[in-house]
Design a protein around this ligand. Structure first.
Ligand code: ATP
Length: 676
């Protein structure tokens, strides 16, 4: 399934613009760096005649990524000063220096759904454009990209011809300051203790009130101290003894409240206490714990946390995710692996290749578990659980963590958990973090850009980190380029960017060199970035749970944060009721106009039934149905959940996924349903 011909998300942005897809007959449009993987098909509304005529102006832009296409590179680089060269780094992903056309920029000039964007990629297969296959511009001092990416170059000696360069991520930090220097606790950290906690299920163990009571092995205990964790957060107080006592667990606690350590500490402790099996330098590795998460950046972050807590012990965590060199990751794996942290696709690829065996798995952990059991990932998780060697659920421990847990997903989750699992809720299931001040403002689509400019007006002076969520990958490219053009230090992250670019974007954002990050939902969950002061929902998501995760990128670990959302009733009405509910539950001001929208949002349920405080264990007859998909038509089927921009099927080869997945559910790989 994850054969080497599959292209994953990281691959696609190498290709960027093509000249033959810009013809934009009357529709507003642009081309971005986010070339979709389905080369040559375009969408019905793209005329594919030639060059850039008809596209706003001749100054099309190529987004962040590299302009690899033969004809266009001339136009783009020469007219817009993209600075193209044959130096790979000249295509740095920082958005700056990209030409944006006079013809389409400007507020409101872009409708993310209105087309004007073409698919491209630099491979011969299936590429129907009239310029592909033409010689020139690729290598040997020509502009555009590195020789090894050139589809005409058959002897580059790389792992795969006709592909983006292999990406080997920088090594993880080795100095204590970098390893242990995590987010500072905020003024509301102490208030975590006042959040109501509920544990359902039979015979739960008592909670602990200090890390000393957690019975952690010495190495881990001192690493916890080095990380300046003085006392456990509520989810840690309950999860640690539950996991230590050998119970399966489904845990739901608000964003930024320490769920990662809540599972890592007891799992690492138990592995170390019970004796680790060393498997170094063995062809097939047999990890004792497997952690899966929905995005590459998240699994890498969890890996860094595991490494931090395991440091000095013989326990070796390893990470595996798509968009990176398989060979490199296999070499890391084969140096020994006790805890494997991975995206599901790359993990399944390693299992299928016989590089990872499951026979010794004691712990299977799903972080962002509701997403991992949602459309897109569920099949992979079932395959993982049914893979040869994987101990039955009665013979392993399964742990699930998230800030949101819709009822129907909880019910699915029961398939993977022991009968007597415990359900832990801190606060309300799916509740927003109360340390985030939420503001919803009504903004028409066409006014969003100017409104955003107001919000980031002083960012050059303040350097306040602002994370801006948009709906589609090409909107991300467009907006990032547009802001860069206006001298706002901006970068972007989404599933069509190369992995190297994604990681660099995050690094630049964290370092504050590019304090504005434009992101799709690929950055919505789990990412723990210090000092994010403001989250902006430039486009609101389709689901309230996604909203909760997005705004949870700020206001973490007791710090205060701010979230501003642009509400456009023509697009967002189906979210109105759930928004009202989430705002009121988090004691936020609810604008009267939003209540009006909620009341007239016929057919949508009035928010989720999140139950009483502490949420609801679906075993007790939870009624929380799928939310927000029912505008105008009552509840949607479960199957209609939006998949968002997540790292589905980060498989092997390059970072493969099946053709069907490449195409996305609609067969067109619509941005609204990105399969990444
Ligand atoms: N006991 C603690 N004391 C101090 N800081 C902590 C403690 N536990 C966790 N943290 C810090 O709090 C931050 C948030 O933790 P973490 O990323 O695990 O949150 P989360 O609940 O998993 O969030 P999300 O729902 O967004 O995934 C991290 O920077 C982490 O280092």
């Amino acid at each position: 399934m994850f054969d080497d011909d599959d292209w994953g998300s990281g691959a696609t942005s190498t290709t960027s613009t093509t000249s033959n897809v810009f013809s934009n007959q009357g529709e507003r449009g642009f081309s971005s760096g986010g070339g979709k993987p389905n080369a040559g098909r375009g969408r019905g509304r793209f005329a594919s005649s030639s060059s850039s005529s008809g596209f706003g102006a001749t100054n099309g832009f190529g987004g962040h990524s590299r302009f690899d296409n033969h004809n266009t590179i001339d136009n783009l680089s020469s007219k817009n000063g993209t600075g193209a060269s044959n130096d790979d780094d000249a295509w740095a992903p920082k958005s700056g220096g990209f030409g944006i056309s006079n013809g389409f920029s400007g507020s409101g000039g872009f409708d993310s759904n209105s087309g004007g964007f073409g698919d491209s990629k630099p491979r011969g297969k299936g590429f129907g454009g009239n310029n592909f296959g033409e010689k020139g511009r690729f290598k040997g001092g020509e502009e555009g990209h590195m020789a090894r990416e050139c589809p005409n170059n058959k002897s580059d000696g790389g792992e795969n011809n006709d592909r983006p360069p292999l990406y080997i991520p920088p090594p993880p930090p080795e100095d204590d300051d970098a390893i242990y220097g995590s987010m500072q606790k905020g003024i509301n950290f102490g208030k975590y203790d006042s959040i109501p906690v509920e544990v359902t299920g039979v015979n739960p163990p008592r909670c602990i009130d200090s890390f000393d009571a957690a019975d952690l092995p010495q190495h881990i205990r001192s690493n916890v101290a080095k990380a300046k964790y003085e006392k456990p957060t509520p989810v840690q107080k309950y999860s640690i003894p539950i996991i230590t006592s050998g119970r399966d667990l489904m845990a739901c606690a608000q964003t930024g409240s320490g769920k990662t350590a809540a599972f890592l500490l007891p799992v690492l402790a138990s592995l170390i206490r019970n004796g680790l099996e060393s498997s170094s330098f063995s062809e097939k590795q047999l990890p004792q714990a497997i952690v899966v998460g929905p995005t590459r950046e998240l699994v890498y972050q969890i890996y860094l946390e595991a490494r931090k807590f395991a440091r000095g012990s013989i326990c070796r965590p390893v990470v595996a995710y798509g968009g990176t060199s398989v060979g490199y990751q296999l070499r890391e794996l084969q140096r020994g692996c006790n805890v494997l942290i991975a995206t599901p696709g790359r993990l399944m690829d390693f299992i299928n290749k016989g590089k990872v065996g499951l026979d010794k798995v004691q712990y299977l952990i799903l972080d962002e578990a509701d997403r991992m059991l949602d459309m897109g990932f569920e099949t992979e998780i079932r395959k993982l659980a049914d893979s040869p060697g994987m101990p039955l659920k009665t013979e392993r421990h399964t742990l699930m963590f998230s800030a949101t847990f819709p009822d129907e997903i909880q019910k699915l989750a029961h398939d993977f958990l022991r009968e007597d699992f415990l359900f832990l809720t801190v606060g309300r299931v799916g509740g927003a973090c109360s340390d985030v001040t939420q503001t919803i403002i009504q903004v028409d689509q066409g006014d969003k850009r100017s409104k955003l400019l107001e919000l980031v007006a002083n960012v050059n002076e303040t350097r306040s980190r602002t994370l801006v969520f948009v709906e589609t990958k090409r909107s991300a490219d467009f907006l990032a380029c547009s802001l860069s053009q206006d001298s706002y230090p901006t970068t972007s992250i989404h599933g069509d960017r190369l992995q190297r670019e994604r990681e660099e974007a995050l690094r630049d954002f964290k370092a504050g060199t590019h304090p504005i990050l434009i992101a799709t939902s690929v950055a919505a969950r789990g990412l723990d970035i210090p000092k994010v002061e403001h989250v902006v929902n430039y486009d609101l998501p389709q689901e309230i749970d996604e909203y909760v995760h997005r705004i949870g990128r700020t206001g973490r670990c007791g710090n205060l944060g701010q979230a501003t959302s642009f509400y456009d009733n023509s697009k967002d009405a189906q979210l109105a009721r759930s928004l009202v509910k989430v705002l009121s539950e988090a004691m936020q001001e609810v604008p009267p106009w939003l209540e009006g929208c909620a009341e007239s949002a016929v057919g949508s349920s009035f928010g989720a039934d999140r139950g009483e405080f502490g949420g609801r264990d679906a075993r007790r007859g939870g009624r929380r149905a799928k939310q927000n998909q029912g505008f105008g038509g009552g509840n949607d089927d479960f199957g209609s959940r939006s998949t968002g921009d997540y790292d589905y099927n980060d498989g092997g080869g390059f970072d493969g996924r099946s053709a069907a997945q490449n195409n996305g559910p609609s067969g067109f790989g619509d941005d609204e349903d990105d399969w990444d």
